[in-house]
Design a protein around this ligand. Structure first.
Ligand code: SAH
Length: 256
């Protein structure tokens, strides 16, 4: 039997319309779709009627084990000659472990393609009226994991470089770690008045945004009960939102 093919596809940040045309084609043509929690399930409506849909968020096992199981499934299904679409939230290569999957496929000699997606660190701010760069406010932008914690010995970030060298920083997976992030930035020289925004469920009808400063955002986020998934965006660009928060001002997007 001829070997199938795997497409590692970015589903975009939330709004199903924000997938790419190519990503949509991969959904339509797939015999098997393995999808993550953060990929919008509405996209599965475009799959073939008899496509096998596998939710990776519910695969049994611990985090690392689940990833191994995903690798096995990708290989197994492709070797059965199937077209497999691996659907991930945002972009598959931005904190999506897409490269690990590509490496496995490359090692096994299975044909694959990577279909980039719009990443939430840019799209969620955009829907909140915040550009990640701006001629007057920001000429550099970094995508950073907010996961690291010093007390767990897992914080490898170069905080002084981030605090002093980057205008706009998007922290992914950072809500639970917000106090640590703010403290590290301030301790390493960032002004405590630096604006910060949290955008939860960006580009969906559940989108919520709160703003404050490095000194105040912890309290504000706690009061508003902002939780995963959210982007923590740090930088002067957050001030632009006051003028262009277009999405949240559209009446039809307000959740009643
Ligand atoms: N590959 C994804 C990121 C996966 S890591 C991408 O490119 O967007 C998971 C983190 O992404 C979450 O903790 C959150 O910080 C962010 N995220 C994903 N979807 C989001 C959304 N709709 N709104 C805000 N943040 C989101």
């Amino acid at each position: 039997m001829t070997v199938g093919k795997v497409y590692l596809v970015g589903a975009g940040p939330g709004d199903p319309k924000l997938i790419t045309v190519y990503g949509m084609e991969c959904i339509q043509e797939a015999d098997v779709i393995l999808y993550d929690r953060l990929a919008n399930e509405q996209l599965l409506n475009y799959a073939k009627k008899d496509a096998e849909l596998i939710f990776c968020g519910k695969l049994p096992g611990k985090h690392g084990v689940i990833q191994d199981r995903i690798h096995e499934l990708l290989v197994e299904k492709a070797l059965q000659g199937k077209v497999v679409t691996r659907l991930k939230g945002g972009d598959p290569f931005v904190f999506g472990r897409g490269a690990e999957e590509a490496e496995v496929l490359a090692t096994q000699g299975i044909p694959y393609e990577v279909v980039p997606g719009i990443t939430s660190g840019i799209a969620a701010p955009a829907y909140a009226g915040i550009p990640v760069t701006h001629r007057d406010h920001a000429t550099s932008f970094a995508i950073v994991t907010g996961h690291g914690r010093e007390e767990k010995g897992k914080d490898y970030l170069n905080w002084s470089a981030l605090a002093q060298g980057i205008d706009t920083i998007a922290f992914y997976m950072g809500v639970g770690n917000l106090p640590h992030i703010c403290k590290q930035l301030m301790d390493h020289g960032r002004d405590k008045h630096t604006p910060v925004a949290l955008v939860q469920w960006g580009t969906t009808k559940y989108q919520r945004t709160v703003t404050g400063t490095l000194a105040t955002i912890e309290e504000i986020a706690k009061k508003a009960e902002i939780a995963h998934p959210a982007i923590v965006l740090v930088g002067e660009v957050v001030t632009i939102r006051e003028k262009i928060k277009w999405f949240e001002e559209r009446a039809e997007n307000i959740l009643l």
